[in-house]
Ligand binder design. Sequence first.
Ligand code: FES
Length: 326
Amino acid sequence: MPTILYESQHITLNTHENLLDGLERAGVEAPSSCSSGICHGCMAQALSGTVPPDAQRGLTDHQRRLNYFLTCQCYPEADLQFTLAGNLNARTAATLVDKRVLNQRVLRVRLQAEIDWRAGQHIILWRTPTRGRTYSLASTPEEGFLELHVRRRPDGLVSHWLEHQLGIGEQIQISPATGDTYYSPAMPGQPLLLVGTGTGLAPLSGILKQALNDGHHGEIFLYAAAGEPHQLYLCDELNALAEHHRDFHYYPVVHRNQNNLPNLLQGDLVDLIPRRHPKLRRFLVYLCGAPTMVEALQKYCFFNGAYMEDIFIKTFSPASKESPAA
Ligand code: FES
């Protein structure tokens, strides 16, 4: 049985228990958000011992060299001593500068903070020192603010607080922007396929804006899906962009269209994308939203011509109600 030390406190792990769960069971207020290896909010730093390689998956080379790892992905097999101090020190204060309800489901939040980011990456908003939620960035650095599309939840740890309690001008702690889902074409003429459900539109709209800002001159196809027409959002803004950029094509998609509203595609993205895009050779693909859709279309895109390294995905985490796409 390996010896696990959180600074100087002994932590005993149950069989198949990850370090984050073990810490919480031991009464340590350990920071976390997604519990699925996406947000990096549970980052710790090894002081001595051996870090399992899986606990460093998705970290930068620099972070690995400094022995950072993710407690929610860590199943130690050898002695390990670690600290959470770096996690807490890496946070930055952000100021709420605007919030607006976009529809029944989505709250748009804008923050200002001195951080570097790319549209499509994600940050964690910390409601308390140890409890945060992860949100994708819908704005480009050129816009000068961080824009988040927050899924409105009456019982949401962060979403309800953002909507009803945090005032304009008040501050919140955020973690640095992370994630590799951002605009990064090998060639500016590469066609882009952006597909999302719900607030998966947040990273996609940011990536779209960055591509247009950067003079992308390949075709761009954006499919944004919702259950019903009233759950769609940003339609006017996206239609306006499509009018001004002839290579940008915006397709709102709904499962149900009982009133037969015009200009909507109807159906399931998993069926619809293959019908409309039978060949995806050289496409750069971004898939954001429900895991079943993302996983199915990731396979489809790969088997129909897109290189795996050109397919970027971001899923809702089943472990968190407010995850990167939320
Ligand atoms: S990566 Fe561990 S809580 Fe998100």
